[in-house]
Design a protein around this ligand. Structure first.
Ligand code: PHE
Length: 375
């Protein structure tokens, strides 16, 4: 990491961002997993981001200038975020960075943005550590202490679970954090964690751990991972006859969950940031425009959060009256009650957004809205 920082800081001697009195489009950088294991995260985010930028430009842009989006693919791989964010800042002179979805990848890029005084807004990374990196790092979504509580209460109150197994991706900051916050709340609710096991994101065979989980006889299993692994875990659990409810967090959200998991994910539950059936006028308008823009595709939470990251940035640029990093930072920090697609956004003193979560259930291969949980 230190060597990447060194490149960002000493690779060019001018300060990061654009030259003073620049004209022409305002460059905004985006880093996203457009390919690889979490490709649907990046693809959906990019659709939301692109649409927001197009709408803002069609309405005249910001500060009398158009926004220009520069997108880099992190390939769902560690190491890439640092490389591509350095490029966006040092080579392209972007004034802000949008991304990533996966917390581990946001955590890799955040120190570079912080060091360069280029504001970074993660649309949907939920691990608390992301914004703790520094005062230039923001997010427009809730964090996992809340999400963990939401699913622990759901397990206790709705599923009536007394004993839960937790199955965590040992390579993911998101998974480890969400597992921890879930456990704390579930135990505080009087529940027991019967067994806790790990896998490594990208594994193909989960049968050894699932056999041990089955032997512990839990009422439900919590899998705070990403969709490919979660789907395979549900498939193999079904093959082993482990027929209890499985629950996850926002990392389950992908059309691939159902494609890979088929009937093994039917009936399972997860929490996330957005559902097209609920929400404000703003959210309904977004749904309509998104379907028009992306060939009838229904937006997911990634698209909605990414869209929100752009409109929050554009609004901050307007209030700042400049693209200057420190001033844009201050304007972002002052975001109050801003009507966005995923809810009203107020950036708190930790640079996080406190917002409601929704709980969904897989029903007939679709995501059915069950309930909204306010913070
Ligand atoms: N919250 C997840 C993380 O921090 C990313 C994610 C967000 C995945 C929304 C799906 C939907 O890693």
């Amino acid at each position: 990491m230190t060597s990447f920082l060194a490149i960002a800081v000493s690779g060019c001697n001018k300060p990061a961002g654009e030259a003073p009195n620049s004209t022409g489009p305002i460059k905004v950088g985006q880093f996203a997993s457009l390919t690889g294991k979490e490709a649907t995260f990046g693809t959906s985010s990019d659709e939301g981001t692109t649409m927001a930028i197009e709408e803002i430009n069609a309405a005249g842009g910001v500060l009398g200038r158009k926004l220009q989006l520069l997108t880099e693919d992190t390939q769902s791989k560690p190491g890439e975020p640092a490389t591509v964010v350095n490029k966006l800042i040092a080579r392209d002179g972007v004034v802000a960075i949008l991304g990533e979805v996966a917390s581990s990848r946001s955590l890799e890029a955040a120190p570079i943005c912080q060091q360069s005084k280029i504001p970074m807004i993660s649309p949907s990374s939920t691990n608390p550590k992301v914004t703790e990196v520094g005062d230039y790092i923001f997010r427009v979504c809730f964090i996992d202490p809340f999400q963990g509580t939401v699913m622990a209460n759901f397990a206790t109150k709705t599923l009536n679970a007394k004993k839960v197994a937790v199955f965590t991706d040992a390579k993911s900051d998101y998974s480890k954090g969400l597992a921890k916050f879930f456990k704390e709340k579930f135990v505080a609710n009087g529940g027991t964690i019967t067994v806790e096991l790990d896998y490594n994101g990208g594994d193909k065979d989960f049968k050894a751990q699932l056999t041990a989980i089955k032997a512990a006889n839990p009422d439900a299993v919590f899998v705070p991972g990403y969709y490919t692994d979660a789907a395979l875990i549900c498939v193999q659990a079904k093959q082993l006859g482990l027929a209890v409810p499985f629950m996850g967090g926002d990392g389950w959200e992908s059309e691939k969950l159902v494609e890979i998991g088929q009937d093994a994910v039917e009936g399972q539950y997860f929490s996330t940031h957005y559902h097209p059936d609920v929400g404000s006028e703003r959210s309904k308008q977004f749904l309509q425009n998104y379907r028009r823009r992306w060939k009838d595709k229904t937006p997911d939470a990634l698209a909605a959060c990414a869209y929100d990251s752009v409109i929050v940035l554009a609004e901050a640029l307007k209030r700042a009256g400049t693209t200057d990093g420190p001033k844009v930072r201050d304007a972002l920090a002052a975001t109050k009650n801003f009507p966005a697609v995923t809810g009203n956004i107020t950036i708190d003193e930790h640079r996080d957004a406190s917002k409601a979560a929704v709980i969904l259930q897989v029903k007939d291969g679709k995501y059915k809205y069950l309930e909204t949980v306010a913070p």
